[in-house]
Design a protein around this ligand. Structure first.
Ligand code: IMP
Ligand code: MG
Length: 183
């Protein structure tokens, strides 16, 4: 079996470990300010948001709950199937809670829109959506998030939790992969 190193497949680094850490700290500060006096229920959308979620929560200087949910994703491809399905729900009763939905990246916005609707129907006190990345797809009317780390160009990115066909998730930085690696 040929073992490739991830570095061979990376066209360029978009955000270094240091840049990520400093932006995550800013987002944590901003969230704490917005949710002052509350005890938020932080919800991580598995698996892409896992590293961001862990880093974000540990930088938040307030009492909070943490839980993990999973939705059906892109499968092994690089384009969305368009249909979102909940694979694992929260075990908390969200009624009256201040929810923070934590995503890795917003592409079409369908996933975050689906999750917002799903939880809004359960009468939480509030829903705040956070995503580390937001892709500029140029499509009008795309559902947005309340807080975002960076808006990026419409390219496929990997690392810091983001995968392509389950590869590259554990890269400590975020990079753009060579098109030949996903075509
Ligand atoms: P959306 O529903 O189209 O907004 O897609 C959101 C989900 O697609 C994210 O949570 C990611 O799991 C995945 N995704 C979208 N773009 C990328 C990318 O560039 N790299 C890795 N995963 C991506
Ligand atoms: Mg995801």
């Amino acid at each position: 079996m040929l073992i490739r190193t991830a570095e061979q497949d990376i066209k360029y680094v978009l955000f270094t470990e240091e840049q990520i850490a400093s932006r995550v700290s800013e987002l944590a500060k901003e969230l704490c300010a917005r949710l002052e006096g509350k005890r938020p229920l932080m919800i991580c959308v598995l698996r892409g948001a896992s590293f961001f979620f862990a880093d974000l929560c540990r930088k938040m200087t307030m009492d909070l709950d943490m839980d993990f949910i999973a939705v059906s994703s892109y499968g092994s491809g690089a384009t969305s199937s368009g249909a979102v399905r909940l694979l694992k729900d929260t075990r908390y009763d969200v009624e009256g809670r201040d929810l923070v939905l934590v995503e890795d990246i917003i592409d079409s916005g369908l996933t975050i829109q689906y999750l917002k609707r799903l939880y809004a129907a359960r009468n939480p006190a509030s829903i705040t959506t956070v995503s580390f990345l937001d892709k500029d797809t140029g499509k009008p009317g795309k559902p947005g998030v309340d807080l975002c780390g960076y808006t990026i160009a419409n390219e496929f990115v990997v690392g810091y939790g983001l995968d392509y066909a389950d590869h590259y998730r554990n890269l400590p930085y975020i990079g753009v992969i060579k098109p030949e690696c996903y075509q």
